[in-house]
Design a protein around this ligand. Structure first.
Ligand code: HEC
Ligand code: HEC
Ligand code: HEC
Ligand code: HEC
Ligand code: HEC
Length: 261
């Protein structure tokens, strides 16, 4: 009897320890401000290795084979390889690594694992930075690269790129965006730490799907991101005054991402 009681006591104690460890890990301060701002990918991956290693199913529960499907946004010239998970497409695909340098904390800025809601319990009354029911804030992350093509802001572009691109492109000009964006408009761009500006311009020489990919070609939103409007060389010669849509735009990238000159 005594032995049995002792043994089960040990089991309960071990169980409690394991559970406490799980809870401690789940509430590890690295998940939240201020520590998350300084966290490296390696620190996050020490506990979340599966984020980069787990794979998509070979077939959906209904039987569709993963290698037999192609979504509309996977028809861009830049899309390569087998189906991957969301995290792999942003952190590991060859193309992702060529054009961007995303960190875990670019998207993960801390969220509330308990209620998944801001201002919902005593602990988070004053925190309105979390997005309801989401682990990341899409407006400050996804929208930058998955907004709609903002042609309304582009003098001379009459509609969505998929409709007008043939007016700007032929065999000699594979990237119609550059007819305007090589020298004339908004040539100061992408000077942020999470993008690779030189590579973007280099790859874009071959296809406008490089530019369009992040500016409408994989859009999940009906709006576009309000990009900063950097003054560019020769700006005064082509636009006389600030257009109405640009009146409240910042003229520099967000400070936390700005590249040092
Ligand atoms: C000490 C280990 C540990 C570290 C380090 C760690 N996590 Fe976690 N994390 C956990 C555990 C455990 C959970 C809970 C998992 C569950 O319930 O399935 C969790 C949950 C999460 C969740 C889901 C939150 C929710 O709302 O359910 C996200 C997102 C997350 N972690 C991101 C990160 C990021 C980003 C980093 C680096 C800044 C990080 N984690 C570092 C252990 C860790
Ligand atoms: C491009 C933005 C982005 C980046 C970069 C990113 N994540 Fe996520 N992550 C997300 C989104 C979106 C979700 C799903 C959120 C939801 O369901 O509300 C998620 C979910 C998670 C979860 C919850 C478990 C799961 O599989 O859904 C963990 C853990 C996590 N991320 C860890 C990481 C780690 C570690 C890194 C860096 C190696 C990272 N993330 C980089 C956007 C990102
Ligand atoms: C800095 C730019 C950037 C940000 C921020 C970003 N993405 Fe992406 N996204 C890309 C690029 C580039 C690709 C294409 C990668 C490739 O072809 O390998 C992509 C691909 C995707 C795909 C297609 C995946 C597939 O397997 O075809 C989805 C879905 C997606 N992103 C959702 C999101 C969501 C949701 C967020 C915010 C949590 C987000 N993205 C943030 C640039 C970005
Ligand atoms: C006929 C010329 C022309 C073509 C072609 C063109 N653009 Fe533009 N684009 C402009 C002009 C003009 C502006 C606004 C300049 C200003 O700020 O005054 C602009 C602005 C932009 C902006 C910033 C919008 C904002 O709200 O701040 C982005 C992003 C952009 N273009 C991307 C592209 C991409 C990607 C392509 C090709 C898929 C493209 N453009 C093709 C002329 C063009
Ligand atoms: C991997 C995604 C990605 C690709 C590829 C990309 N962009 Fe961008 N672009 C962005 C993001 C994110 C911003 C906002 C950066 C910031 O906040 O300064 C941006 C900003 C811009 C702006 C606003 C410039 C300003 O005044 O700051 C223009 C114009 C633009 N891009 C045009 C292009 C063109 C043309 C190409 C192809 C040569 C292209 N983009 C390729 C993601 C991308």
């Amino acid at each position: 009897m005594l032995l049995l009681a002792l043994a089960s006591g040990v089991a309960v104690a071990q169980d409690a320890k394991a559970r406490k460890d799980y809870l401690r890990a789940r509430w590890d301060p690295i998940h939240f401000k201020p520590l998350i701002d300084k966290a490296t990918n390696e620190q996050c991956l020490a506990c979340h290795k599966e984020i980069l290693t787990h794979k998509v199913r070979k077939a959906s529960p209904a039987g569709w084979k993963a290698d037999s499907v192609l979504a509309w946004y996977q028809t861009l010239d830049t899309y390569k390889g087998q189906q991957m998970t969301f995290h792999q497409r942003h952190l590991m695909s060859k193309y992702a690594r060529q054009v961007m340098d995303l960190k875990c904390n670019f998207c993960h800025q801390g969220n509330d694992p308990r209620e998944e809601a801001p201002a919902s319990h005593a602990e988070n009354q004053n925190d309105n930075t979390y997005t309801l029911r989401k682990m990341v804030n899409p407006e400050t992350t996804c929208l930058r690269c998955h907004g709609k093509f903002p042609y309304e802001h582009m003098e001379g572009v009459e509609g969505d790129w998929s409709k007008v691109r043939q007016d700007f492109e032929d065999e000699e000009t594979p990237n119609g965006c550059l007819t305007c964006h090589e020298e004339t408009y908004r040539t100061v761009r992408h000077q942020v730490t999470y993008l690779k500006p030189e590579n973007i311009e280099k790859l874009a020489k071959k296809s406008s799907d490089v530019c369009y990919g992040c500016h409408g070609g994989r859009k999940w939103y009906r709006i576009s991101y309000p990009y900063p409007r950097h003054p560019w060389p020769g700006m005064k010669d082509v636009v006389e005054e600030t257009p109405a849509w640009a009146k409240n735009r910042p003229t520099q990238s967000e400070a936390r991402y700005r590249r040092k000159k």
